[in-house]
Design a protein around this ligand. Structure first.
Ligand SMILES: [Zn+2]
Length: 155
């Protein structure tokens, strides 16, 4: 006899599940109790958006889009309503996110950096190379936005 109950693993698992459920319940209650904020666009923008002749625009370059388009003809960005759910097309949306991490301006918040680190694990072999490129992009942005950066570019 060791004195340790045999069913200890099940009890620990039950406690962990109860804690997770409690945290999720608290989070849901916190979100539901948040105050409803007014519509930031105003009434006339809401009416204009509801009209049938209102054109959809690209979220990246604001170019007008044809109804049912999957990709922006101007910048190639994924603009279709179901691009992220379609088995073949979602790869292009994912590629756009990867490309933005390396080439575009990012808000260098901790959540975005953690998201890119986790996303890169999708392609485990290439993850270290990709993370180096993302960090280089963030460092370049930081040096561009630093005071006196315009003075250093001239040579
Ligand atoms: Zn576009």
């Amino acid at each position: 006899m060791t004195g340790v109950p045999e069913n200890l693993g099940g009890a620990v698992l039950s406690v962990i599940l109860l804690l997770v459920f409690g945290i999720v319940r608290l989070l849901a209650g916190w979100i539901q109790s948040a105050p409803v904020t007014p519509d930031p666009w105003g009434q006339e923008a809401e009416v204009a958006l509801a009209q049938a002749e209102t054109l959809q625009v690209c979220h990246r370059c604001s170019a007008p889009q044809e109804p049912g388009a999957w990709f922006c003809p101007h910048c190639g960005s994924a603009v279709g309503p179901y691009n992220n759910w379609m088995p073949y097309v979602y790869v292009f949306s994912e590629g756009e996110v990867f490309r933005n991490g390396v080439m575009d301006r990012l808000r260098a918040g901790p959540l975005i950096v953690i998201g890119y680190i986790l996303l890169s694990f999708d392609y485990l072999i290439l993850a270290p190379i990709y993370l180096v490129l993302v960090l280089r992009n963030l460092a370049r942005q930081r040096s561009d936005s630093a005071p006196g950066a315009a003075d250093n570019r001239g040579g």
